[in-house]
Design a protein around this ligand. Structure first.
Ligand code: XMP
Length: 508
């Protein structure tokens, strides 16, 4: 398989670059700029992309790289900081630009293999304060803007190209064409990264590894573990045991939905542990959010591993880890934090034949494609993210059976109305929160003093920042009306109109 290396110099769009390459059916992987050149040589990449980064190449604490990478005979494309880095490594000059360029800028492109099928004038996305003020003699300028004479340059003989703009973002009109040209005209990739062949190859590999032995997977019903389950089921059928811990803190009927999606459709042993009572007993009287999270986490751990101990067998342990969980970033510690968050801790007394992570090469959108191809229901593949502690973080304060089911009822009405009106996929996440606040109301001739429910909905690309989503008023009116009529104990509905930051998506 052809491979492209995205060498990470700490820019914010680095995962996006790899995703765009893969959208063009070429496999891309990301390595930090601290990777030894010998490792890079061994991997036989068809091309290398230097990413952007927040630094100035003249600052010696900025990320740099061994200059010989430009003489390996492997084509290189530098983007933004990566572009300046190439200029500097090759003996050109980089300085503070008289005019910084941010946002959409008109580019004038010249003839180059990198700009095939790109018009002479087009809009690109720029974000830089330094620029190339002088190119080395071996390079030729292939594009300019009003304020940037060397907005792109090439050394055709060496196969080295550099662009000051960001081809990976959609604001760059012909950005994908530029990447396509690099991959196919310059690196001569074949375009052999496809989900069908990924599935085929992975199934073969899983069979070779697992042979006639067993494999255990913790299934949460989220996209990643569901797709991992479907893939493993295809590979080894009944040798797979999925353990689904239902802590009774899922949305209404979701436990049954997950069970139905797997139990009768995919060949496997499916174990559902209904632990609501045990969880609630441990959570009794606890209202501190961090304490609740800790209890839910450790109870989950107990329930899951006790079941595995009961099975008392030697098996492989599988997880739905995906590529962004594994990337070691050019910025340092960011990835380590995520790894801890996403990988399940295994207790010392349980031994496995090995850990299997069949999705560790895939980005989320690729995981979804695989899920669709394996025949998982659309509603599972496109499921909204759901926090590990479930409704435990949406029932503010103490969690009781009654409060969980009150929230489930209200939340089910919101979901129902959003689905009926075709809004199920128009927002990144929507849900109800029970803040534990009682307010005065009037129903018939009676004064009431009942619970308040909050509607929360967001749109976001990465959940690091989010906008509050604008659900149409008529849907909100219907939801409010139905909740106050159908959910006994709720007399008021409010709508959260806060973005992230300063708020977070969840309320706890
Ligand atoms: P916040 O509330 O941090 O949420 O803005 C961002 C995204 O993460 C989800 N979330 C969690 N997911 N365990 C998880 O697995 C958690 O403890 C947790 N807290 C928040 C949240 O639903 C949103 O998608």
């Amino acid at each position: 398989m052809d491979k492209i290396l995205v060498l990470d110099f700490g820019g914010q769009y680095n995962q996006l670059i790899a995703r765009r390459v893969r959208d063009n059916r070429v496999y891309a992987e990301i390595l930090p700029y601290t990777t030894d050149i010998e490792v890079i040589k061994e991997k036989k990449y068809k091309g290398i992309i230097f990413t952007g980064g927040p630094n100035s190449v003249y600052d010696m604490t900025s990320p740099h790289y061994d200059k010989s990478i430009l003489s390996l005979g492997i084509p290189v494309l530098g983007i933004c900081y990566g572009c300046q880095l190439i200029a500097w490594m090759e003996g050109g000059k980089v300085s503070t630009a008289p005019v910084s360029e941010y946002g959409k800028i008109e580019l004038t492109a010249k003839s180059s293999p990198l700009f095939e099928n790109v018009p002479e004038k087009s809009i690109v996305w720029m974000s830089h304060t330094d620029y190339i003020s002088q190119m080395s003699d071996e390079y030729k300028s292939i594009a300019s803007t009003a304020d940037c004479p060397y907005a792109a340059m090439e050394n055709k003989k060496k196969g080295i190209y550099a662009v000051q703009f960001h081809p990976e973002v959609t604001h760059t009109e012909y950005g994908n064409q530029v990447l396509y040209n690099f991959l196919y005209n310059i690196c001569e990739c074949k375009g052999d990264w496809e989900m069908d062949s990924f599935i085929e190859k992975t199934i073969t590999k899983l069979r070779e590894t697992i042979k006639d032995r067993n494999v255990i997977l913790g299934l949460s019903g989220g996209v990643d573990s569901s797709v991992a389950a479907a893939l493993l089921s295809r590979a080894v059928g009944k040798q797979l045991t999925c353990i689904f811990v239902d802590q009774g803190l899922m949305r209404k009927n979701e436990g049954d939905f997950v069970e139905n999606a797997f139990k009768n459709t995919f060949e496997m042993n499916f174990i559902r542990l209904n632990c609501q009572d045990e969880f609630l007993a441990k959570l009794k009287g606890v209202s501190d959010p961090e304490e609740k999270r800790k209890i839910i986490g450790s109870e989950f751990f107990e329930a899951f591993w006790n079941e595995i101990r009961k099975q008392n067998e030697t098996a492989f342990f599988a997880q739905g880890t995906i590529y962004p969980d594994c990337i070691e970033s050019g910025k340092g510690d960011a990835a380590t934090i995520k790894t801890h968050h996403n990988r399940v801790r295994t207790p010392d007394d349980v031994k496995f034949l090995g850990i299997i992570e069949p999705l560790a090469e895939l980005f989320k959108d690729e995981v979804r494609k695989v899920g669709e191809k394996l025949g998982l229901p659309e509603s599972l593949v496109w499921r909204q993210p759901f926090p590990g502690p479930g409704l435990g973080v949406r029932v503010i304060g103490e969690i009781t059976k009654e409060r969980v089911s009150l929230l489930q009822e209200a939340d089910a009405i919101l979901c129902d109305e959003m689905n009926r009106n075709g809004y199920e996929n128009k927002m990144s996440q929507f849900f109800c929160v029970l803040p534990g606040v009682k307010t005065v109301g009037v129903m018939g001739d009676h004064r009431t003093y009942d619970d308040l429910v909050i509607i929360r909905a967001v749109t976001t690309d990465d959940f690091m920042t989010a906008d509050w989503a604008k659900i149409p008023y008529d849907i909100l009116a219907k939801v409010s009306n139905r909740i106050t009529n159908e959910c006994k104990g709720i007399n008021r509905v409010a709508y959260d109109i806060t973005s992230k930051p300063p708020a977070t998506v969840e309320w706890e």
